[in-house]
Write a protein that binds this ligand. Structure first.
Ligand code: NAD
Length: 425
């Protein structure tokens, strides 16, 4: 599904890199990180900026600028998406690459962090122009990507079709098929079963763990979800199937609430027919702002960044906030929620199911041996459950919130790998 620009979950570029570095600095103090290692992991390992000439449909060449940033590869090849967006900046890509390092380390998959971006407006480009852009960008960054080096994936406005072009371009240059160069591919060329629901499924598994840790029964627990795209829609169906009651959902046009529970399948049908959940008649209309503040046990922000702020954090009624979206909670709101006893499952934990199944895709491609969906889901559950427990344990032992607990686990693992490998030369 192609995303629209106003639906994008693009992080604001304002100081986002400084923010990522400050988060690391704070955790470094918390865990007493070795100074030399701290300095080392504070910077990206490698930045490649490329000019991408593209033949447009009118025959002219246009020049685009693209980036691939590899933050840290002490634990394995780089992993991270490629974003096509007019507002992409190098600082933003650097921050996203660093966050990928922590996310992969937290779920303990053998990848480092990387990210890519091309400054372009895919909405104004034809399929042919997008293909030309993708193939030339792939060629320009091909000197640093590869199944053993750095494995891109989809991100904002990059689709399975774009991943297929990346895979084909890289394969043509080497003279044979190399599906493991990229994940998020269509199933027919080496994609993995279960990838489409992986983010939502991983989110469900960590919410289940949080419910148990807090002693809240699943049966009848009420869930509100902001965002009804890949992450939000699948979260609604999976959580409904697990026994939760979905009381409110929303998308960019607004939301709907029914305190006794929404008929999720009917809401999906309504969205397919009208393009939005907002006018669904089996509940009352509710604004996006009010969805966040409604009466529920679990709140899942699954749309945009920076929606939980100093203003609404005091009004949140949920006992658990699961960040399916990247960066939905501002730092000041984090503190308020923690002080109010609300458990926030941070993005690097709550939405790590996506990169985890990307890892499975890479493993299957390397082995040319494809797994059943059941096996994928079982393995995902083991990894997510373990990551939750390790985060919870660290949060408790340092007496900090779950975000800092997750960073403590992740940064600790990257530091350990860095120390063990030593400094070359
Ligand atoms: P998507 O484009 O499929 O869906 C986004 C949804 O948010 C749409 O329903 C859209 O209508 C809604 N939305 C847009 N503006 C809104 C607003 N102002 N208020 C309420 N809803 C609004 O995107 P997605 O893949 O589901 O990603 C959502 C979030 O999850 C992003 O932050 C993304 O980075 C994160 N995430 C997704 C994955 C994944 O595998 N899809 C993995 C990790 C993180």
């Amino acid at each position: 599904m192609t995303k629209t620009l106003d639906e994008s979950a693009v992080q604001s570029a304002d100081n986002v890199w400084t923010m990522a570095q400050s988060q690391l600095d704070e955790v470094a103090r918390l865990i007493g990180l070795n100074d030399s290692v701290h300095k080392y992991i504070r910077y990206p390992k490698r930045i490649l900026e490329v000019s991408v000439p593209v033949r447009m449909d009118n025959g002219d060449f246009n020049m685009f600028t693209g980036f691939r940033v590899q933050h840290n590869m002490s634990r394995g090849p780089g992993k991270g998406g490629i974003r096509f967006h007019p507002a992409v900046t190098l600082d933003e890509v650097k921050a996203l690459a660093m966050w990928m390092t922590w996310k992969c380390a937290l779920v303990n998959i053998p990848f480092g962090g990387a990210k890519g971006g091309v400054i372009c407006d895919p909405k104004s480009m034809s399929m042919q122009e997008l293909e030309n852009l993708t193939r030339r960008f792939t060629t320009e960054i091909s000197i640093i990507i590869g199944p053993e080096k750095d494995i891109p994936a989809p991100d904002v406005y990059t689709t399975p079709q774009i991943m297929a072009w990346i895979m084909d371009t890289f394969s043509m240059q080497h003279g044979y098929s190399i599906p493991g160069v990229v994940t998020g591919k269509p199933i027919s060329i080496g994609g993995s079963l279960g990838r489409d629901k992986a983010t939502a499924r991983g989110c469900l598994y960590v919410i289940d763990e949080a419910m148990e840790a807090l002693g809240i029964p699943v049966e009848g627990a009420r869930v509100a979800i902001q965002g009804f795209g890949n992450a939000g829609l699948h979260a609604a169906t999976l959580m409904r199937d697990r026994g939760y009651t979905i009381v409110a959902v929303s998308d960019s046009r607004g939301g709907v609430i029914n305190r006794t529970g929404l008929d999720v399948d009917a809401v999906i049908k309504h969205k397919e027919a009208t393009g939005s959940v907002s006018s669904y008649s089996g509940g009352d209309a509710i604004s996006n702002k009010d969805v966040l503040e409604c009466d529920c046990d679990v709140l899942i922000p699954a749309a945009l960044e920076k929606v939980l702020t100093i203003d609404n954090a005091p009004k949140i009624k949920a006992r658990i906030v699961a960040e399916a979206a990247n960066g939905p909670t501002l730092p000041e709101a984090d503190e308020i929620l923690h002080d109010r006893g609300i458990m926030v499952l941070p993005d690097i934990l709550a939405n790590a199911g996506g990169v985890t199944v990307s890892y499975f895709e890479w493993v299957q491609d390397l082995q040319a041996n494809f797994w059943e969906e059941d096996e994928i889901n079982q393995r995902l559950k083991r990894i997510m459950t373990r990551a939750f427990r390790e985060t919870y344990q660290q949060a408790q032992s340092y007496r900090v919130n779950m975000r800092k607990g997750a960073y403590a686990v992740a940064v600790g693992r990257v530091a350990e790998a860095t120390i063990l490998r030593g400094l070359y030369p």
